[in-house]
Write a protein that binds this ligand. Sequence first.
Ligand code: G3I
Length: 362
Amino acid sequence: MDPISRRRIALAAPALLLAGCHAANAQPEGPISVPPLRQVAPFPVGACAMTGQFQDPTFVSTLVSNFSQITPEWEMKMEAILKNDGTFDFTRPDMVADFAAQHGMRLHGHTLVWYAQEMPAFKRIDGAGKPFADAYRNYILAVAGRYRGRVVSWDVVNEAINENGEGERDCIWSRNLGPDYAALAYRHAQEADPTVPLFLNDYFLDTLPNKRRSFLRMAERILKSGAPLSGLGTQTHVSIHMRPGAIKAAIKDLASLGLPIHLSELDVSTRNADGVKGRFDMTPMSERLQIQARVVGEAMEAFMSLPAHQRFAFTIWGVRDKDSWLRRPPNAGDGTDRPLLFDDDGHPKPAARALVEAVSRT
Ligand code: G3I
C-alpha cells in the first residue's frame, strides 16, 4: 500500500485529542542549543541520506556533526541497482558508500528484499522456477558481496508483514520461493557477508500490536529454521498523535527475542490526525513541536532501557524537516510537516533537545 495510506493508519491510531486542546500560552521557542547528538549517545545515532543531498553544505555539516551512521534512503535498493535488462548499476550505492567512508560514518545497508520493489528484471521471470531462484540468490550475493567490509549491517528483508498486521505479505518473492523466501535471503546474505548482523525491518510495530505479534512470529520462524537473522528493525514512523507509552511497549516486546534492536527510521509527523473527517486541528505548531519532543524522548528512553548489546543504533529518517520523505510528493500533504530533529535551516528543534535529555536521564 502506498505510503500515504500508511500514514492514515498511523495518524488515526488511538491519539491524543489535539483538536481544541491547545494551550493558549504556547509560545514559539527561540533558537535552542543542543550538543552534537552523536557525542551524547552510547550507541550510533543514524540518519538516512541520498546522493542528491551531498552537494548541500548545510545538509552535510548537520549530518556529519550530529550522526555517526547513514542509511541510504533509497540508493542501495533494487530500484537504484537492478536495471530492466537484469544487469546491475552500482553507481549510486557506491557514491553513498564512498561518502560514508570519506566522513568516517558507519553504513547500514538498506534493503535487499522488499515487497514494494518487484522490478521488471524479476517480473520477467516471475514463475520461471529455478531461473528465478538463481537470480534471487545472484542479486543478494552481488549486492551484499560488493559492500562487504563497507556496511556494518543489512536490512535483508523489509516490511514482510501485511499492512493490517495480519500475517505475512504475498509478494513476488513468496509466490516464487514460498514463505521461506525470507530465511533463504538471510542465508544468501550471510554467504555473501558473514561479518555483519542481518536485520528484519518493519513499520507500525508500535501503533499496531497485532502487526508486532505477526512480526515476532515471523522472526521466530526464521530463527527456528536456522537462518542467520541477527537483528530486528522497528522503523517508528509515528506522529504527535501517538498514544503515550506505545513506543516503550513495542521496544520492550521486540527486545524479548534477545536480538539487537535498530530503531531504524524515526520520524514524528506534526500534521493533523488524518482519517478523522471534519476534524480541524487548531493546535499551534509550537505545541505540536513540544508533543513531538515528548514522543522522541519516549523513543530514546525506551531504547536506552535496553541492555547495551541490544542497542544497535537509533536512526532518524532524515536530517532537516525539509529533507523528509513527508515533504516530498506523493506524501507531502500541505507541505508543512515538521517530522525531524532539525528545522529547514538545520537548527535543532525541541525534539533534538529531548533526545539528548532522554539519554542523560536514563
Ligand atoms: O532523486 C531521484 C530523482 O533524481 C529522479 O529524477 C526521480 C525520478 O526517478 O527519483 C528520485 O528518487 C526518488 C527518491 O525517493 C528521492 O526522492 C525515488 O524515485 C523514490 O523511489 C524514492 O522513494 C523512497 C522510497 O522509500 C522508495 O525507495 C523514499 O525517498 C524513502 O524515504 C522511502 O523510505 C522508506 C524505507 O525505505 C522503508 N520504510 C518506509 C520508508 C518511507 O516510505
